[in-house]
Design a protein around this ligand. Structure first.
Ligand code: AMP
Length: 436
């Protein structure tokens, strides 16, 4: 039966993250945090809204993101702001704005959080999604992008993901790419009628994008056309060779994909994606994407700073974990004590007791909005706690709550000031017998 439509629902392409799903997010984030720290990437956070022009300038006016996917808003003060569609421009802006130019280089930054793109929602493609993102500012060296690829491979491995492959390409730089673009455009023009409608448009504005079109008819043409690797200048060629050498030294499996260009205007030299092996044919579900973008920072802050980075799609990683039946265990404290109360004075006493247990780092559970003792004991049973502390009016007066062992049914009065100690000892004893 179709669910009736509620008056208020999440916007198209956006989702609530419910507790079960949160466990996956926590797992991905905690491993990313740990590895970022180990590899020396400093965590920062930037606003979700940025000046719209920042993305037009850096992401590039001919990209899908800027042309079609930005959430743009005009504030009451008349400013044009955009919900960030990607992290790199924000981090580059922050680098200049916060004087990181004067920090020891390279400056290695890590961030994570939600991004927004007005795309057609489908499996693995949302309008609000999350990324873990790494950037290195101030290094020209090929090892800088290899370090980022390595870090992602390590994070995915730690999550239990094995069957992945790094697809890699070099798209040259301002020295060699213009000539290749010319050669490619000439070739594509000769075959224009066979291209899809989008690629016919791309041919005019951004011919490189034709290379990674998913349409079979376009792929057929592209496969017989000129490849950029044959047109790289000496510097780009040597740089790429070094990248591959490092990947080999690290034992990271990679595949050269001469048609990988990625969707953004700012890439130079290396571009890469990390893809599940089984999805290599369709190439719909890259878990990670990134590359080098030596010309980008100059567009934002005027200083010419080489840079590279990569972003992992948290939802894509989680979907893959689920597909592969990789479960995540939530680090939840499972309380072994239930505090049951009867009457208003007892409720107040329980509040104090709960705080004392929290300070003593002993997880407890309770249902303060329940008044019936039978009901509370039923809940305690369902939660399979080892002990219940019962406090009624009398126990408050006598300053001696009842401690009940739920397995044996034994119970006794414990002086209030000895309660925490008594519970600690009981739990310790319990643990010892369990281990025997
Ligand atoms: P990009 O920022 O486009 O380089 O993408 C980097 C990674 O982010 C991709 O490999 C995906 O894993 C993820 N990603 C990009 N766009 C979306 C989206 N609309 N929904 C979910 N994940 C996305």
């Amino acid at each position: 039966m179709k669910k009736p439509r509620l008056k208020f629902q999440t916007p198209t392409g956006m989702r609530d993250i419910l507790p079960e799903e949160e466990a996956y997010y926590e797992r991905v984030y905690s491993i990313a945090d740990q590895y970022a720290d180990f590899y020396g990437f400093k965590k920062i956070e930037t606003p979700i809204l940025e000046d719209y022009e920042l993305f037009v300038k850096s992401t590039g006016p001919t990209t899908d993101i800027v042309e079609k996917q930005m959430y743009l808003l005009k504030t009451k003060g008349g400013e044009y702001l955009a919900l960030r569609p990607e992290f790199t421009p924000s981090l580059a802006r922050s680098y200049f704005e916060n004087g990181m130019v004067a920090w020891p280089h390279p400056v290695k930054l890590y961030t994570r959080g939600p991004l927004f793109r007005y795309e057609r929602p489908q499996a693995g493609r949302y309008r609000q999604f999350h990324q873990i993102n790494f950037e290195t500012f101030g290094s020209k060296k090929p090892i800088a992008e290899v370090e980022i690829i390595w870090l992602f491979v390590k994070i995915l491995e730690k999550l239990g993901i094995k069957n992945i492959v790094v697809e890699i390409n070099s798209i040259g730089d301002s020295q060699c790419r213009p000539y290749y673009k010319k050669v490619l455009t000439r070739y594509l023009k000769r075959n224009e009628t066979a291209l899809c409608a989008t690629c016919r448009k791309r041919l005019k504005r951004n011919p490189l994008r034709v290379l990674d079109c998913k349409e079979v008819r376009c792929q057929k043409i592209v496969k017989q056309g000129p490849q950029i690797v044959d047109y790289l200048c000496e510097e780009c060629h040597d740089h790429f060779e070094k990248v591959l050498e490092y990947l080999e030294a690290l034992g990271i499996p990679y595949i050269l994909n001469p048609y990988l260009v990625r969707g953004l205007d700012y890439y130079t030299k290396t571009v890469f994606e990390i893809i599940p092996q089984k999805d290599q044919e369709t190439r719909q579900s890259a878990l990670v994407g990134g590359g080098r973008y030596d010309g980008l920072l100059k567009l934002i802050g005027k200083q010419d700073i080489p840079a590279c980075g990569g972003a992992g799609g948290v939802e894509r990683i989680i979907d893959f974990l689920k597909e592969e039946n990789i479960s995540v265990k939530r680090k939840e404290s499972t309380p072994e004590i239930f505090i049951a109360q009867l009457g208003d004075e007892a409720k107040i006493e329980s509040l104090k007791l709960i705080e004392e247990f929290q300070k003593a780092k002993i997880p407890v559970t309770f249902q303060l909005s329940r008044d019936s003792l039978t009901n509370q004991l039923k809940i305690a049973n369902r939660k399979k706690v080892k002990y219940v502390i019962i406090i009624g009016k009398e126990e408050v007066l006598k300053k001696a709550p009842i401690l009940r062992n739920m397995e044996t049914g034994d119970q006794k009065s414990v002086p209030r000031n000895r309660l925490i100690k008594e519970v600690k000892n009981a739990l310790k004893k319990e643990k010892r017998t369990r281990l025997k």
